[in-house]
Design a protein around this ligand. Sequence first.
Ligand code: PLP
Length: 439
Amino acid sequence: DYELGEADPEVRGIIDKEKKRQFRSLELIASENFTSRAVMEAVGSCLTNKYSEGLPGKRYYGGNEYIDELETLCQERALAAFNLDGKQWGVNVQPLSGSPANFEVYTAVLSPHDRIMGLDLPHGGHLSHGFMTPKRRVSGTSIYFESMPYRLDESSGLVDYDMLEKTASLFRPKLIIAGASAYPRDFDYPRMRKIADAVGAFLVMDMAHISGLVAATVVANPFEYCDIVTTTTHKSLRGPRGGMIFFKKDPVLGVDLEAAINNAVFPGLQGGPHNHTIGGLAVCLKHAKSPDFKAYQNKVVSNCRALASRLMELGYKLVSGGTDNHLVLVDLRPLGLDGARVEKILDMASITLNKNSVAGDKSALVPGGIRIGSPAMTTRGFSEKEFVAVADLINEGVQITLEAKNLVSGSKLQDFMKLVTSPEFPLIEKVLNLQRRVE
Ligand code: PLP
């Protein structure tokens, strides 16, 4: 029984390098966070050794008395974290991650080729909400179900609910999914409920990005209006990498959601639950009830607002003109830039964020925006003052990108990448300066 460093110095070395990278950089990817030591201890524990197909009290393997205790505790804490009454709501804490959780919901309540509507990926939605291109059905959701996306109103940057209503009345989906990966505003759940009711559709919310904010009640509460709520557990909620599905206990549209969803998870799509993750999740959900967690989530939002205000002061165009949550989406197209180039330069300076489509983009490979999130650096102790400084550093990176772009004739993305990764990159000193300031 060796320590990792002794048993496998190679993997130990890679983990050490990754840890250094995580702590060296300004981590601004909106879907990432730093989970706690306590969560990591549970995730790295002997819980990973156990098979426990089934649910507490109804397992296909022996030796599950403590795993039953753990999963039941995790379920109770999940309901408590979102202030749910266990008579009205149930939860499955076994989904391996967000995408499987969503697919499990679809297979629970739909038949193959039933119709769904989710926010289009280039407008901020997630792949698992039914993304397809004119040439290809990209995600499993669009392969096995018929998908018709709804979109943003490009002038306001807000979900176009009128268009959603009109399209739904023609397309007649059986399921409408709210939630997004790059939407800086709240969803209008009452409006979506009305639209779903008018066509007899299930209303699902994928709160993956904002579940920490929902638990802390700093954004609108999807549970008041939706039939099913899915989430990842590793984003703003700050837990281990996993997923959960919440469902109403009373039948909806004649479907017993509890039975349908539990069966879709196992045996439908999964085998043995990842008990180490469920252990880590239970730890995270206990923390989610603390005043400390609520204060953290409030800071996530106020820090993001400070970042947004400074970026706008510097002249940047933000999709929807600001933010109500943990992320901002910067539209770089007015500068003649794209997100891919800016992401590359900032990465060289240890500022980690991601290129992102903005509504109206011509190419998904060279999208016109960057997405910036506040959860991770708020965990690291940043407040508004530091987020104003973050906006200034990003601005410096954008200016370097503009200069670099001018050095490349035609400035095709490939030429650009070649230039900035070559040792002779003429702006390297500026990037190094930026990097020194980040570190
Ligand atoms: N749902 C939303 C809204 C997401 O943003 C993501 C991931 O970023 C997922 C689902 C998928 O989660 P996972 O990567 O854990 O499958």
